[in-house]
Design a protein around this ligand. Structure first.
Ligand code: ACM
Ligand code: ZN
Length: 656
């Protein structure tokens, strides 16, 4: 692996050639540097000094985590000097030098300079979801190489989920031989096909797992690059694959196992099995943190399960949140007894946070802020900035994705410290790549890069030195470089940007008109409240941006134009994203009135368009009139048939 990539590196070197390469090309941007006269050919000798008093004095005021990674790189015309406190700092310096040399090319030269550099945050992570699609270990080695270049230092592996268990566990062999295999290659087909599993070696078995040897190789490969691998073993939710292999770990109804995605927290066997599993996991992964998931448990079966009910009664647990919290505490103390620390998604706060637990804040930033305020360490990975599986450009061009629109500028705009009154417990940030719609390594790299460049810089570079417009050209250059060494990033130079309509103010007869909601908008997606549908403001690519108004039901509003007007068209814009349960209305019922009492129903508008199964679409649906005299419009957008459970999103009702 190593060999392949260093060869690629040489082959690619000349594509970026320029006369003199200086620190201004680097991502992440260094904390400080000074330029000096002259330049050095790329091949001058390098001397490393570890642990000198002089360097210790230069970094004496830094926090301990930053000292560990700090380095000083001095490029002179005849020699290059690296200074660091230990091997991690020296490694980061070598990566800086490798970056500069790669950009200079064999024929180029390095601008003489001195760089003093260290990270803003201790945790600068990326998460790969190996469950939804399994890519194998070579892919991980490849991505670790790039993480190292970006000075990222934590690789979080989501190893278990409903769609497949991905780690050999000797004590529970069915996890690898059964739960790691499914009859469909693609997650979407598996999801639609009823969540079935297969058997290792069967002709219809897709998937796979990391053997213990594979996992150890990954840990070692990462460690050589000063990257820590944090394994995630999900519990109690997202565990259907475990239950299908070991049904005795499920809740029961009338004595039969219930196959939700949740393990049974009432069952002592669940605790025993997962302690055994964690023993094997800890034997492979030396990380301080062990991630136990903890997100999105449905908890429904717990309410009826005799064992869960008995557990709640015996321990005085008021509700299922408290039951989950009780379970997490068992693992918190178990991991602590082994000298490790429990890390979990922010739902582990519900029902009370276990004493030693650290929190990965994903649903928003407020959970992390709250956990830190109560003395728990936190890692920020809020969906709105850090879910880099989201769509990064026009969804009309970008294929499959879930969630909203998250361009690289959005990722870069994140300041993890925002909202924290004290950052003592803020360890850093992490980008997550959930893989439901990431079937290949190429697609993963396309989604990960260049947005991970932005995350790397957010995590490393002081906030006051960061500016997107200055970062972007560096990112464009790095995209070119990594493309030349075998990665497949999104081509940032071809970015289309936000939906063009979103910046354009609409002009129409209902502008500023009063809207009465016969059915209220969802409090989750209010947009601008009662003014949203007549303010001329159009939404962006995503329903998440605060411009699209969402209805978790049919839409039904009445508009008062203030006076009678001559009307020829009444319609509205709709957004659909079927993957996120946002649909197009199937039927519009529009009625008009001159007096607000007597309404005339126009012929119903039937939506003739099927929203694509994947990606987003945008549609203007409406009805033409013939110089009608109208003051009041009742506008109903109805969900019917199969799509009756989908949300409806609209940004404007347009009357012409
Ligand atoms: C998550 O995205 N469910 C952690
Ligand atoms: Zn139960």
């Amino acid at each position: 692996m190593k060999k392949v990539f260093s060869l690629l590196l040489c082959a690619a070197a000349c594509i970026c050639a320029k006369a003199q390469t200086g620190p201004d090309v680097l991502i992440p941007k260094p904390v400080s540097y000074t330029l000096s006269k002259g330049s050095a050919p790329v091949g001058v000798p390098v001397k490393e000094t570890i642990g000198s008093r002089k360097f210790a004095s230069a970094i004496k005021d830094l926090p301990e985590f930053a000292k560990k990674e700090a380095y000083r790189l001095t490029i002179g015309p005849k020699n290059i000097k690296i200074e660091a406190e230990g091997q991690t700092g020296a490694f980061r310096a070598r990566k800086t030098l490798e970056y500069l040399r790669a950009f200079a090319g064999e024929e180029g030269s390095l601008q003489c300079c001195q760089i003093l550099d260290y990270p803003r945050f201790a945790h600068r992570g990326l998460m790969f979801d190996l469950s939804r699609h399994f890519y194998g270990k070579d892919f991980i080695f490849k991505e670790i190489d790039l993480m190292a270049l970006l000075k990222m230092n934590v690789l979080h592996l989501h190893l278990t989920d409903d769609a497949g268990w991905r780690l050999q566990i000797d004590g529970y062999p069915l996890l690898a031989s059964r739960a790691a295999w499914r009859p469909q290659l693609l997650w979407a087909d598996w999801d639609e096909g009823g969540h079935n599993y297969s058997q290792e070696g069967a002709p219809d078995a897709f998937g796979g797992y990391l053997t213990k040897e594979d996992a150890r190789e990954i840990v070692a490969y990462a460690a050589e690059r000063h990257i820590t691998v944090i394994p995630e073993i999900e519990l109690p939710g997202h565990s259907l694959e475990v239950l299908r292999a070991y049904p005795e770990l499920a809740c029961t109804r009338d004595g039969e196992p219930v196959f939700t995605s949740d393990l049974c927290p009432g069952n002592d066997l669940v605790i025993k099995v997962f302690q055994d599993i964690l023993d094997e996991v800890m034997d492979i992964f030396p990380s301080e943190f062990i991630h136990i998931g903890g997100d999105e448990a449905g908890m429904g079966a717990w309410r009826e399960c005799p064992r869960c009910q008995e557990r709640m009664r015996r321990h005085g647990l008021a509700d299922t949140d408290a039951l989950q919290s009780w379970l997490i505490r068992q693992f918190d103390s178990y991991l602590a007894s082994k000298g490790r620390r429990l890390l979990g998604w922010d739902e582990i706060m519900q029902g009370g946070l276990a004493p030693g637990a650290a929190v990965m804040s994903w649903r928003g930033t407020e959970q992390g802020i709250e956990a830190a305020a109560s003395g728990h360490d936190v890692i920020m990975s809020p969906t709105t900035y850090c879910y880099i599986n989201r769509n990064q450009d026009s969804p009309l061009e970008n294929g499959e994705f879930v969630g909203g629109y998250l361009p690289i500028s959005g990722v870069y705009s994140y300041d993890p410290a925002q909202g924290f009154s004290n950052t003592e417990h803020l360890l850093g940030l992490q980008g997550n790549l959930w893989a439901e719609h990431i079937p290949t390594v190429e697609n993963l790299e396309y989604k990960a890069f260049p947005r991970a460049f932005a995350l790397a810089e957010v995590g490393w570079t002081p906030q006051e030195l960061r500016e997107f417009e200055e970062f972007r050209p560096r990112a464009v250059s790095l995209v070119k470089y990594i493309s030349s060494i075998g990665y497949s990033p999104f081509n940032l130079e071809r970015e289309l940007g936000e939906r063009p309509e979103s910046g354009v103010a609409l002009q129409h007869l209902a502008l500023g008109a009063k809207v009465t909601y016969n059915i209220q908008w969802s409090p989750k997606y209010p947009a601008e409240g009662a003014e949203s549908l007549t303010n001329g403001v159009q939404g962006g690519w995503t329903y998440v941006g605060g411009r699209w108004q969402g209805f978790e039901s049919d839409m039904d509003v009445t508009i008062d134009l203030g006076q009678t007007k001559t009307v020829n068209f009444i319609g509205a814009h709709f957004l659909a994203n079927i993957g996120d349960w946002v649909g197009l209305p199937q039927r519009l019922e529009i009625s008009v009135s001159a007096d607000g009492a007597n309404f005339v129903l126009l012929p119903p508008v039937l939506c003739q368009v099927n929203a694509p199964a994947r990606g987003s679409c945008y549609l203007l649906l409406g009805s033409f009139l013939d110089n009608a005299q109208v003051r009041f419009v009742r506008f109903k957008a109805l969900r019917t048939g199969k799509l009756h459970e989908d949300w409806i999103f609209t940004d404007e009702i347009i009357i012409k």
